[in-house]
Design a protein around this ligand. Structure first.
Ligand code: AMP
Length: 278
């Protein structure tokens, strides 16, 4: 496994990789959610590239950029075990050279949900992912359903900018008690960690209600929100039941939808979602 930092080293090694090439972009502090993407990429490609980069432009001014957990030596061991060919750990100076002022923005689908709560977040995401795509030119790129809106936004970007790259989406990997794996779970103290199981419980209850014939978007949102607010340590930011492609909020009877939420436990903000009717 090669590990490179600079653009010049990257270009040299990238040109020696055999196609098809699968790319797994990450911010590091890897867990089985990330590694499931790596495994999928390994199965479907001749070469696998993983990037580790805590992208500063996708963090808001009061978010956890400085505190974001990092452990590059551990990440590299895990990636080597999973058969990755190349790890790129870009430098900030390469990604954002002095005077940087060129952005990739996607309009409508970045406005609700995470985009509404985290202004500027998706501009950071689309810009860095576009830069990774241009630098690495993968055949396929792998993203987790955990960040459901990110998938919608990146699919839109790939279509609109004609990137010849297939976006592959992998299911959410969860802890045995249902909590969606996230690098941010390490911020939770013991009681918050216990309380955080309410996210998947609430979504699962709504999924069962949907399967039992309750297809009313407002009732499903209400059900999730009641369960979350019954947990005293949970501070609900939003529950949404939205169209899976436009992310427009749905009301009344639905045949499918993206049920998603964001909840604070202390200072830690967690997101989770399920797809209904797919
Ligand atoms: P991050 O390092 O948080 O930027 O995540 C890198 C990639 O891993 C993104 O495509 C995430 O959606 C994906 N990912 C994060 N957590 C999970 C999870 N629990 N299951 C599946 N994919 C995940």
């Amino acid at each position: 496994m090669d590990v490179v930092h600079s653009f010049s080293d990257l270009r040299r090694i990238r040109s020696s990789l055999s196609s098809p090439i699968g790319l797994v972009p990450t911010m590091g502090f890897l867990h089985e959610g990330h590694l499931s993407l790596v495994d999928l990429a390994r199965d479907q490609n001749s070469s696998v590239i993983t990037t580790i980069y805590v992208n500063p432009t996708q963090f808001g001014p009061h978010e956890d950029l400085e505190a974001y957990p990092r452990d590059i030596p551990r990440d590299l061991n895990l990636l080597e075990e999973r058969g990755v060919d190349l790890v790129w750990i870009p430098n900030n100076e390469d990604m954002y050279p002095p005077g940087f002022q060129t952005w990739v923005t996607v309009d409508d689908v970045t406005k609700p949900l995470e985009g509404n709560m985290r202004p500027g977040h998706f501009r950071g995401v689309t810009t860095i992912v576009a830069k990774l795509f241009i630098a690495l030119q993968p055949d396929k790129a792998y993203f987790g359903q955990k960040d459901a809106q990110q998938v919608v936004v990146l699919r839109r970007m790939v279509k609109d900018l004609n990137f010849p790259i297939e976006i592959v989406v992998a299911p959410i990997i969860r802890e045995p008690d249902g909590l969606a794996m996230s690098s941010r779970n390490v911020y939770l103290n013991t009681s918050e960690r216990q309380a955080a199981t309410v996210l998947s419980k609430a979504l699962k209850t709504a999924e069962e209600a949907f399967a039992d014939g309750n297809h009313d978007a407002d009732q499903l949102r209400g059900l999730v929100s009641r369960i979350i607010t019954s947990e005293s340590l949970a501070d609900l930011q939003y529950v949404s039941c939205a169209d899976m492609e436009t992310l427009d909020e749905l009301t009344g009877e639905i045949s499918s939808g993206l049920l998603s939420l964001a909840v604070y436990f202390g200072k830690t903000r967690l997101i989770d979602n399920i797809l209904l009717g797919v």
